[in-house]
Design a protein around this ligand. Sequence first.
Ligand SMILES: [Zn+2]
Length: 214
Amino acid sequence: MNIILLGAPGAGKGTQASRLKRKHHFVHLATGDVLRLEVSRNTEIGKRVKSVMERGLLVSDDLILEMIEQQVQQAASRIAFDGYPRNISQAESLDKLMSAHDRRIDKVILIDVGESELIERICGRFTCSQCLTGYHTQFKPTKVDGVCDVCGSTDFSKRSDDDVETIKSRLEIFRRDTETVLPYYDQKGLLYKVEGRSNIDEVTDQIEKVLGIV
Ligand SMILES: [Zn+2]
């Protein structure tokens, strides 16, 4: 079984994907992470990605697809795609690639969260500068105000892009991308929506039900 997780920035895709990995042995294929890993390992593809980025260009669809194909060949088990595909042309390419390897996308899950909630979630995130433990002003505050629970540091950082305008434009890009991808999978009868406003465990429950792997 191979699935695609869709959701806006802050919807909890990464969290859910890592649970699927831990509990149900999915390979979590986040294209951004794989790109960074290839670059840091200085692999053949990594070198090409690096040279593209050094020239200030965007990594081409073909290069991303090549990287995905490599991952698909290596993945013996279930795959959870995260952050890909972002448009119809990528969705079609992925279908071709999968069928070339006798695999297919079985289900596509949209983790649905309203915009105002997303902005609240993303804006509240902060991280201990010493041990990198993540917190949230509302959902996961430190036990003692201003002191890291884990290492006792009082030095915290907020992500540089945690500015409301930046977040709004990221959400806008997401909306524009998914507007085309959602109907593509809906027409194939593969699209499922889960309510992403629930707590993390409830979202996991919903996903497991959709996948029939409770
Ligand atoms: Zn800390």
